[in-house]
Every structure is written in structure tokens, then in C-alpha cells.
Design a protein around this ligand. Sequence first.
Ligand code: IVH
Length: 793
Amino acid sequence: MTDLFDDASILRRTPVEALTVEQAAAELEALAREIAHHDELYHQKDQPEISDAEYDTLVRRNNAIEGRYPELRRADSPSLRVGSAPAAGFGKVRHALPMLSLGNAFAPEDAREFVARIRRFLGLAEDAAVEFVAEPKIDGLSCSLRYEDGRLVLAATRGDGAEGEDVTANVRTIRDVPHRLPAPYPAVLEVRGEVYMNRDDFLEMNRARADKGEPLFANPRNAAAGSLRQLDPKITAGRPLRFFGYALGELSEPIADTQSGVRRRLEGWGFQLNHPTECCRGADELLRHYERIGRERSALPFDIDGVVYKVDSLELQQRLGFVSRAPRWAIAHKFPAEKAQTRLKGITIQVGRTGALTPVAELEDITVGGVVVSRATLHNEDEIARKDVRVGDLVVVQRAGDVIPQIVGAVLEQRPEGTEPYRFPDHCPVCGSLAVREPDEAVRRCTGGLICAAQAKERLRHFVSRDAFDIEGLGEKIIEEFWDDELIRSPADIFTLQEREEAGTIRILGRPGWKEKSVQNLFAAIRQRRDGIELQRVIFALGIRHVGEVTAKSLARHYTTMENWIERMIEAGHAMPGEAWRDLHELNGVGPTTAATILAWFADPESAAKLDFYSGNDSLRLETVIASLGIKRLNVRAAQALAQRYGTLESWRATMTAAVAQAPGPAWLELVAVPDVGEVAAEEVASFFLEERNLTVVRDLAARLNVLPAEAPKAVSSPVAGKTVVFTGTLETMTRAEAKARAEALGAKVAGSVSAKTDYVVAGADAGSKAAKAQELGVTILTEQAWHELVGG
Ligand code: IVH
């Protein structure tokens, strides 16, 4: 192999700074081949030819060259692969169509509102008939089966909805899954459904495991998940897994017009369906079926946790579309949680990553819905007070699905004598700092910040959690131990562990459970992350409040590189709007346009004289003065609101003058416009970057890591992508909501008013001033028909 990669080895001697573009490109190509070769030897053949350290050198060299010449990064670059090596053993699969989840309904009103919402969205009369299918909801694992020319070619788990794991070999062992379909079938067919286990099979399997002294599964769902995710398909084959089909993914041609039609086709191909299922017209019938399934629930062979309602017509499903990750055309109506009673032995307080104190109920062990529960959440101090739950009480515990068990309340009739109302601590039980509550918050937080061990530990734990750095061998327990022994006190410390171990300043080797091999494995796992980590993981790992996985991903996609993100966040921090500006914008009765004209008026130097004229004149009411200044678009209602809020002309003037200077800057406006980033999250992120010590942590990390640039969001290709559209007048073929949702799905921006920036005005019947304005500005005006033609029907 030496001769094969000879050229790369020669070039590698040239310092990166001295490489010409041509040399860099040639070397990157050679490195890509060489590293891919070693990956294959290591991962597939288990026969590495070079040491980990040598492999590392290659990867670092590759990354250094890419750092110098980012534009030369190849599509097959190792830096895009490292970090997602099949550590878990399953290949990753990108779903042809995303696998979505369902919104939940808990009460009958939620189900009625679901039906009403659909009618409203489609512009149907309140009593118009809409047909639904109601199917039981089994709590298993969703799975997508892909058939090409009638043969099963791929089975994938849901994963994060966009990307799942390739579990084809395991799914082939499930008896309910046909390997070949009887003709006729479409060339491409994706069947989506649930892998699950029957209750009896689950109990039987657990009994057998108990006999062999093997650990038991908590419930059928966990058992199904654990069985499907076995690396050895032979193990899966021995587990009683089942499958039912309930939906479709990618299709090369339509197979039916309705969900009930889809079910019939699936049955014809040999799939099992989930029963009892019924066609229902409207909410009353849906709720009747829900009650019926609820009564028959315990007689079903499998556990179900609700009923899924789906609009039957696929055409309507298409029109209804999706809101974030769930369809508008379906909902899961959940059954009430299972409940049980037990004794509350005590209340302990957990301190979270953001300092929140969470009360935890310590319970006498109790089985709820087949799972042994010994702790449950009590949410916060108001909840405890409201429910008046006291230590010693008999309490009702409930558990719904996978959710953390909760305390519903105390059984007051059986309250023992001598109990006392619980007093929530006002100091952090871990660091002793004062714990305070913001006026509008339910949680009490420890003010210890960095000095609070609990918060620091939780932050680190979050840092290495599954959706963050996910470092194998550095789980919760180890992080805690390393923190206690001062091996790791901040995220950056993780990346100096090896250096410090080799220099002898710390000793991991020889600690209980740490042998040469495990230490080396840990270092390798850390290096793997260091040498190629996705930006979204780094952002999520920082643990900024309100920045979950989805927001982190959005930020990463928008800002693409770590450096750019940091710079823009610092700018956003300085570009946040000030108190006075916000105050004006939050005032009821003053909309954003009026707020803007008010501030524009104050920014105009000529306005000062007008204000001087009125100041000191007490005979006029403030609202009259405000209304007579000639500020555009300022109506009486706004004048009243302003007068009431600011009291005197002087105070209003001072606040508005301050507000003019406090208007948000472009970096802030850009941040709040990023999809999935609301004002609240934006504020948390921007303030995070205003804190010097946070910035130090982030910069430290950035210096140590090779953060992979994120893929920019896929541009939607449609004739209206990036265009600004205004809908006006009475639309006939769709409601406003539907028109807006469709236009946005096609990448257009929908605005409420016409300006020079508007690209199209879609005018329905009786279009008034907006159409006139469009004409005046020369904006293209489309009829509804023309709009449909433009976007392709
Ligand atoms: S339909 C676009 N039907 O529930 C939505 N899902 O909570 C496609 N599930 O991820 C899902 N029974 O794993 C559908 N009869 C049923 C179902 C069902 C169980 C699961 C599925 C989904 C989850 C959402």
C-alpha cells in the first residue's frame, strides 16, 4: 500500500502554509483515498494496518489543509465522515421523506378542536362532513420499509425524523414483514408502520430472561426497541417482534385516494393492520370510537396508549400539510395515564444545569402500568403548595407513556397526623447560595452560577449527552466522578485529558475500572469528536437556555461556521433592543408600524420644536397633544395607550428619545428571523455572548475543535422561492391560512401589506386598497387561477 499512497506521503512533508493550491488539492485527494482505505480496514474488516496515532496524524493533516483552503474541501472529505463513523454498528439512512410525529389530544375538546381546525383551514362550513379513520395507537417503534420492484431493500428506524438507522437485516427476521410483494405494486413503495411486541409474548420473554438471570425489560416498547437494535440479527430473530403498517413514505405512483384505501392495499400485499379501526364522520363519531377502544383496551393482545385520528382523503391530507414536525391532518388522542397510590417518603431537591431547583418525590416502590416507580417529579414549589402534598402522605402517582412519573395529589382522607406543609428551601441544597424566583417564573433558581457544583456538573453532563458531544466512555457517571476528582472542571478540560495523562499530571489509568484499553478507547473517542464535530452539536452542547436541538440545528444551518456564528452572536448581543424600545413595542394598542412611525418622528430634528411648543402646557390632555403632533398612522387608540403608559409629555419624550437610540441592529434582527429561533431564545443566546466568561469558554472550545461547517438549508426550488407575496380579497379555492402555508412551503414569504418589495399580489374577489396600491407601485397582480398556474397547480 505504500506505493499506492506514495505521492501523499511525500507531500505531507511540506508545511501546510507552504502548500500551493494545486499541491493542497492533490494532497486532499490522496488523503481522502488513504483515510477511506484505513476506515474500511478498521470498521469493516477489523484489520487496521496503522496505529490510531498514525491514523490521527492523517486526519489532522487533512483538516489542517482544509482549514487553510476551505474551498478545496471535497465532497468525500474525511472530515465530513469522521464523527459519524458507524460507532453504534448501524449505518445511517436519510429518509426519502421525513418521518414525522403526531400532535396529541388529551381531552374530548382537543379532539373537537382538531376537527374544527381542519374545517377552518379548508374553509368548510361548521357542519360540513369530513371523513376520518380512527386507528389504535400502539406504543412501539416506528419503522420505514422500502420496497423496490416489490422487494424489501431497506428498513430504517425513525431516528431524528430526517435520518434513521439501517436495520434491514433485523427487520427481515420479523414474520409480519413481507420480503416480496405480490404484483401489482409501484416501482418504489415505502411502508411506514410500527414494530411492537404483544403483551403475552413480552411477559413470556421476560420470564425466560428472569430464569436465565438476564436483566428484564420494563415494558413491551422497550423490549421491542432493545430487540430491534441488536447488532446480531440472530438475536432479533429469536425475539417475538411484530409489525403493522399504517402509512406511506415515498411512492413512485399513487396507490389509493384515501387512508382506508391505503390500508386495503397494504392488506392485499400481506401486511398486518392495526385493529379495531373505523371510519368516522366528525368529532362525535371519533369520540364514540375512542370510548369503545378504551373499553376494549385490556382485551387487546397489545398495549395501546391512544387512538390516532387521520383525515381519510389523501387529497385533503396533501392540502392540510404540516406544521413543524407534525401533520395537520392527524392527531393522537391519548388515553388517560395509569395511576396508583403509594407513600411519599420524602422530597429531595435536584439542581439543574441552569440552576433550577426541582423537587423530586421519593416514593415507596410501586408498580404503575407495569413499571416500578420509586421517584416522581413534583415540578416546582407552587405545584407542591397547590396540591398541598406533604411528606408522609399517601399520594396518587401517574405515568403516561414514556413520560416521567408525576404526583397527581395527596389522598387527604388518609393523611396521617402530624404532617406539615412542605417548606421549599430558599438556598441551594448543593452550594448554599441564595435561591431566588423571578417575578414571572415558577422556578426558583440557585444564584451560585459557576461556583455551584451541581450546575457545573449538569452543564458538563449536558455537554457530553447524546445530542451534544456524545463521547463514548464519557457518560453521566464518569463525568460526575471526573468532576469530583477535579480531572474535568470545564468542557475544554475534556480535550486536554490525554495530554495531561501523558504528562503525568493526572492519572486515569489505574482508577477503578480503567485499564490501558479503556483509557485508550476514551482518548480515541475524544479525539474523534475533536477532529470533526458538527456545529449544531457544539451549539446545543453549550446548554444555553431555550436552545434545544431544533434551535441549535437552525442556528448552525443559518450561520454555517463556528467562527461566523460566534462573531454574529457577539454582534447580536450588542445589537439587542433596549428597555425603552421594547416597552414601546410591547404596548397594547400600538402596533409595530405605528411604533416605527413614532420613532421616525422622534428621530426627525424638526420634531423637537413641536414638542417644545407643547411642553409646560398643562391645559391640554396628553393624548390630545400626542394625537395632534401629526405622527403618521397614529390613531386615537394609540394616543390613549401612550398617554396612559407614559403619564406626562416629558416622560414620554424622554423614553421615546431613548428608544430611538435603542433600536435593534441588523445582527439582532437577523438572529430573530432565523427559523425556530423565537425572541426568547434569541435573547438567551445574545445575552450568553455578552458574558465575558461564556465567551472565553466558547473561544477555548473553538480553538481546540475542528467544527465542521453546517450544510446551508436546502433552497426550495420553486418559481416563488424567495419572493414576497401578499394575498388579498376573498379567495375561492383556499382559505387564507392554507394559501399562506402553501406559499411558505414553496419558499415564499407572505406579507400582510404591499410595498415596493412585494413581488406578487394575489387578488381574490373584492380586493380593495392592497390591489390598488400594487397597481400604483407596479407590482404584479395575479388572479387566484394565475397563482395556481404559477406554482404548478
Ligand atoms: S401515523 C405522519 N398511525 O405514533 C404521522 N402513527 O406519536 C405518521 N404510531 O411516530 C404516523 N400507531 O410511531 C400513525 N396508527 C398509527 C400509529 C402511529 C402508533 C406512532 C408512530 C408515530 C408516533 C407519534
